[in-house]
Design a binder for this molecule. Structure first.
Ligand SMILES: *Cc1c(COP(=O)(O)O)cnc(C)c1O
Length: 464
């Protein structure tokens, strides 16, 4: 290190003098321990900068003070915060999947204090915590029995542990999938204490393949929905109806991991068909397992519907206690299921977004363009895009969407600035432009989105 750098390092302000400067300033004050820690961090960063940039001068206390104030302000904000989803992916796993319906949000608030979670208010006796959601799941899906746990992965673990532990589970090689985040079907079978028996090939599996693999140890025939991929071309698979018949005659259970869990006819929303929970139940599945926060549009949960023979052992299984749902989730889930039952699909944000017409998307884009044009230093246009429902539902099936495109010199920098805001805006960059996709944006997001873009964009060049 040269002598000048050493000299500059010596001139760096002391941590305490930076703390004192903040205390004496008009900046908001924070707890002493937080202020001290942040001041240390700011000085350390300044030291590192000097060491890596020989020839620069040590900053003064005055120069470091705004950095300290900004750091403290950022640290005082909650880490988990609202995001405007401008990605064009409706069920975005990294953005909390399904945004909840207003009725579900109200239900969460109502249940936040004391509530009748495990109390039957008619008798004053102990009740079941799933008293609200189970009858609704039964009504909606046509299955005679239902239970609900923390997520679909937990539901699969519970089902395999309670129904197949010590025995064999037969799965097609075309369905030995990884859903994401390390959730792999072979691993979850092993975790459940069962042995995986693979049958068929990647592209073709027939009923006879299952039939041949059945032994006295077999407990379950497992069918897994191809959530996040598609096998196309020369393919064949055994359907639920024929597998159900085979399971019945051999005294086995047919379990269907349906994942995305549509209970709505997607063609009625103008989209391509997606197998529904009702169809799987009607075709003879003993147990259908699906997520609450994908196409159902509710809170994170794993739902299991089926025959009492398949469902009752799950209720009694000790693991159930570890996987049970929290009251806030149960409140939101009940409200979401009520909307499905009562035909309130339009109030479920996921279904509303998926069903949007090009005209609705274009009108939202126009609103945004009107609000931003000549107020920010960027050329603004609308452009067609391909959106997706996401969350491992309807793979390979883009939804025609529209984005507002901002042409700025540094779109990646603008994207980062938008992500750092409160609320954050998550957009994407394509062809050197920042794209705000309208598909997953709600009308109620528009005011905050407009404000966020105005603040983050380069200013309009002044007309000299
Ligand atoms: C998404 C998915 C899961 C996992 O569901 P989580 O609710 O995220 O645990 C399991 N199986 C299939 C087929 C899925 O699509």
């Amino acid at each position: 290190m040269d002598g000048d750098t050493t000299n500059q390092l010596r001139r760096l302000p002391k941590v305490q003098s930076l703390v004192d400067a903040l205390t004496a300033s008009a900046h908001p004050q924070h707890p002493p321990a937080a202020t001290l820690g942040a001041a240390r961090h700011v000085i350390d960063a300044a030291r590192a900068h000097l060491q890596h940039h020989p020839g620069t001068t040590a900053p003064t206390v005055e120069a470091l003070l705004p950095k300290l104030a900004a750091r403290l302000e950022a640290a005082a904000r909650p880490v988990l915060r609202r995001v405007v989803n401008a990605t064009g992916i409706v069920i975005h796993t990294n953005l909390g999947r399904a945004p909840l319906a207003p009725a579900a949000i109200e239900a969460i608030i109502a249940a936040a204090g004391p509530c009748n979670l495990e109390l039957d208010l008619l008798t004053g006796k102990r009740g079941s915590r799933t008293q609200g959601v189970e009858p609704l799941l039964v009504q909606l899906t046509g299955a005679p029995a239902a239970v609900a746990v923390n997520n679909c992965a937990a539901a699969m673990l519970l089902a395999l542990s309670a129904l197949a532990s010590g025995g064999e589970v037969i799965v097609s090689r075309g369905e030995l999938v990884e859903i994401g985040g390390g959730f792999r079907i072979p691993d979850i079978i092993q975790q459940g204490g069962a042995r995986l028996v693979e049958v068929g090939t990647t592209n073709r599996t027939r009923l006879a393949d299952y039939e041949r693999a059945i032994t006295p140890e077999t407990r379950i025939l497992l069918k897994v929905h191809q959530s996040n991929f598609a096998i196309v071309g020369f393919t064949e698979e055994a359907g639920i109806a024929e597998l159900s018949q085979l399971a019945r005659t051999r005294g086995l259970l047919l379990v269907h991991d349906l994942g995305s869990g549509a209970v709505t006819d997607m063609t009625a929303l103008g989209r391509r068909p997606e197998e529904t929970v009702q169809q799987s139940v009607a075709a003879g599945s003993d147990l259908v397992v699906f997520s609450g926060d994908k196409l159902l549009g509710g809170p994170q949960s794993g739902l299991l519907v089926g025959t009492p023979t398949a469902v009752d052992p799950l209720r009694r299984f000790p693991l159930m206690r570890a996987l049970r749902l929290d009251k806030l989730v149960l409140a939101a889930l009940e409200a979401t299921l009520r909307l499905h039952r009562d035909g309130g699909h339009d109030q479920i944000p996921v279904l509303h977004a998926i069903a949007q017409s090009p005209a609705e998307l274009q009108s939202r884009a126009n609103h945004l363009i009107d609000a931003l044009t000549s107020r920010v230093g960027a050329a603004i246009t609308s452009t067609p895009t391909q959106g997706y429902s996401g969350g491992g539902s309807t793979p390979n099936q883009p939804i025609p969407s529209i984005a507002v495109a901002l042409a700025v010199p540094h779109p990646e920098t603008l994207a980062a600035t938008l992500r750092a805001g409160y609320p954050a805006v998550v957009a994407r960059v394509a062809d050197g432009r920042l794209l705000l996709d309208m598909l997953a944006i709600a009308d109620t997001d528009l005011p905050v989105l407009i404000e966020a873009v105005r603040v983050a964009c380069p200013p309009v060049p002044s007309q000299a």
